[in-house]
Design a protein around this ligand. Structure first.
Ligand code: NAD
Ligand code: SER
Length: 324
């Protein structure tokens, strides 16, 4: 029987995904049952006033354990991480935060017998030797970035805790996530978010990958849906646990620019690849998510056209109110 989640800690809660996850968790569990945490001070973000906020560095296991005890936490959504581009600039920090941080979370969860833990993974687990089209669930995982390396290890560690200690750990390999609340925090797919802001504000954007670079992407509502759906899935149906491929859409940077141009005809996008091109070139262009579909009924709602329309609608309204 799948145990009930009641008191939830979110690490890295002020990041791109954590920020969007908090309202969904508040609706699902009630604001008084959500403890948001990040290494940043609470003042770094607009948080719902009824929310409990705690400063937490996930590299400090004793801090995590103290928080879990203090707030009687039974579930952790572990969103704290250093993403791919920032990780290549500072691989030592990525190693510490992503690996030690994840190990600490799992150890505290094991020791204090938590109900469930979400440990996100990424398409960055794949590498140049992985099949690029329709990348299978179970395939070659030989990434070339420190971020990818920590994500592969995080998946293996999570599966280890499931099988060795009976801890209920779950996670999916998010594609590039597109959203309009908190800005992305130093990833290779950040261009797919920045392009919308610049299209509205400047009517032009210089993209840091080539036009033909095609990567798997997902709109935030689907990311949140996948996260909650996997966390609430029947454990007995799960064959995989910590590294589910989840797909929604795949497009090239040029196709994204063309889609935006349908709505903003004067928009011009130029392409000047930088160091992030090399990272993008090692990732798949599309992924096979049939395991997620079979084991917990995953299905996305947004494709390129629907996501673009919604992003532009929300950001244009914000721009017109002088808030962008
Ligand atoms: P983000 O960079 O926007 O946010 C991460 C948060 O972690 C930040 O608020 C940061 O302050 C915090 N943090 C950094 N070091 C910390 C530490 N030592 N202790 C506590 N907090 C710390 O990242 P995100 O996009 O919200 O990603 C959330 C998770 O999803 C990560 O595991 C990431 O790898 C994964 N993911 C994200 C994407 C994406 O496109 N956003 C894609 C694939 C996977
Ligand atoms: N969007 C993330 C990144 O680019 C993928 O994990 O780092």
């Amino acid at each position: 029987m799948t145990k009930e989640m009641k008191r939830v800690l979110v690490t890295g809660a002020l990041g791109q995904i954590g920020t969007a996850l908090l309202p969904v968790l508040i609706e699902r569990f009630g604001a008084t049952n959500i403890i948001a945490s990040d290494i940043k001070p609470a003042s770094a973000a607009k948080l719902p006033s009824e929310l409990i906020y705690e400063n937490l560095d996930v590299r400090q296991a004793d801090q995590i354990a103290a928080l879990v005890r203090k707030h009687q936490i039974d579930t952790i959504f572990h969103m704290a991480a250093i993403l791919s581009a920032s990780g290549e600039k500072n691989p030592h920090l990525a190693w510490e935060v992503n690996l030690l941080g994840t190990y600490n979370i799992l150890e505290v969860a094991r020791e204090l017998e938590l109900v469930r833990v979400f440990v996100p993974s990424s398409i960055a687990v794949f590498g140049p030797e992985t099949p690029r089209e329709n990348t299978p669930q179970d395939t070659i995982l030989r990434p070339r970035t420190m971020y990818g390396l920590t994500k592969v290890t995080g998946e293996l560690l999570s599966e280890y805790y499931v099988h060795r200690f009976g801890l209920d750990v779950r996670g999916c390999r998010y594609p590039g996530i597109i959203s309009h609340e908190a800005l992305p925090g130093g990833g290779t797919t950040d261009y797919a978010v920045e392009i919308f802001y610049e299209a509205i504000k400047q009517k032009k954007y210089t993209c840091f990958v080539r036009a033909e670079t095609r990567l798997p992407m997902m709109y935030m509502p689907d990311c949140l849906k996948a996260t909650l759906q996997l966390m609430e899935a029947d454990f007995s149906r799960l064959i995989h646990h910590a590294g589910f491929n989840v797909a929604a859409m795949s497009f090239s940077a040029g196709e994204l620019a063309a889609e935006i141009k349908k709505h903003i005809p004067e928009f011009e996008c130029t392409f000047e690849p930088d160091y992030r091109q090399k990272i993008a070139d090692t990732w798949p262009s599309s992924i096979d998510d049939s395991a997620a579909r079979e084991e917990w009924d995953w299905q996305p709602d947004y494709d390129l056209a629907r996501m673009t329309e919604d992003m532009l609608r929300v950001l244009t309204a914000r721009y017109q109110q002088g808030l962008l």
